[in-house]
Design a protein. Structure first.
Length: 301
């Protein structure tokens, strides 16, 4: 019996490695009918389901595998499927158990950050992203995640620091360059912001193809940064639509239209950046700079 089980398992593993998931699934099920507590078969069948997004099917398999053999792999697999199945609180519990097996398990720290962001717990999100940086100072996903985490919360110096670290190690990310430019402008460094935008317009293809690069620049583990950028882009589209409506109305009632102040001009610059219009972005950046200079001049005279 033991030899038959082992033969079934080895054949299922071979089929799985060859990408023959349907046949591997059948083989694992045959094995589990003969030995329902074979934890490696439970684990591997759960992985097949998880890879196909069938987390409702994967969860009971991972759960049973974990009860039979409590280790870091079974615990983490269960946590991931629970998270993907929107059982966030349960996922957090098993992710913390995962860390009890292996304190420096980076994937668990990252997923905890994502889970807490999903729950709106900023403090814990920041803690777990920083945990990753402590373990691996140049971790790409954590640097990008913290950069966007700080930006969305108007913590611009911290965001800029993370972006600069990220771009030194991993140059070429158009979205983070856009954020970097906007932060520089918000801090009053218009010249550096304009120089960065000018270079991007000339050299960076991704600068004018934001949607495509948003998908290609970020991996699954970059969820925090990617979700932040998607939120910003969504808000940008909405605000830009409102501004264009305001402009249209101003043609009918020009006396009621007031030009944007420096901060509004900066915001419009970012809106156009995220909608792939660098020329308009530069116009509003220059306008913001001139308005700021005029305001400073009026204030000192």
């Amino acid at each position: 019996m033991a030899q038959e089980i082992l033969a079934l398992f080895n054949e299922a593993v071979r089929l799985e490695r060859n990408g023959e998931w349907d046949r591997a699934e059948t083989q694992y099920k045959v094995l589990l009918e003969k030995n329902p507590d074979y934890h490696l078969a439970l684990q591997n069948l759960g992985v097949i389901y998880a890879k196909q997004g069938k987390h409702a099917d994967a969860i009971p398999l991972f759960s049973k595998a974990y009860k039979l053999h409590a280790n870091v792999k079974n615990c983490y697999n269960l946590a991931v499927s629970l998270y993907k199945h929107n059982e966030t609180e349960k996922a957090i519990s098993f992710l913390k158990q995962t860390l009890s097996f292996e304190k420096k398990f980076i994937s668990a720290h990252l997923l905890l950050a994502q889970a807490y962001q999903k729950l709106g717990n900023d403090e814990k999100t920041e803690v777990y992203l920083n945990n990753v940086i402590k373990i691996e100072p140049n971790h790409k996903s954590a640097l990008g995640g913290l950069a966007m985490f700080y930006y969305e919360r108007n913590r611009f110096p911290e965001s800029l620091k993370m972006i600069e670290r990220y771009l030194i190690l991993y140059p070429g990310n158009a979205q983070l360059k856009i954020i970097q430019s906007e932060i520089l402008a918000k801090q009053g460094n218009y010249k550096a912001s304009a120089n960065l935008l000018t270079a991007m317009v000339k050299e960076d293809v991704g600068f004018t193809h934001f949607n495509e690069t948003l998908q290609s620049s970020w991996q699954e583990e970059d969820a925090i940064a990617k979700e932040s950028l998607e939120r910003i882009q969504s808000k940008a589209k909405k605000k830009l639509k409102e501004f264009k409506t305001k402009l249209e109305l101003s043609k009918e009632n020009p006396d009621e239209f007031s030009p944007p102040d420096p901060q509004e001009a900066l915001d419009l610059s970012l809106l156009y950046l995220f909608n792939g219009n660098p020329e308009k972005a530069m116009q509003y950046l220059v306008f913001a700079q001139k308005m700021k200079e005029k305001s400073d001049s009026d204030g000192t005279s």
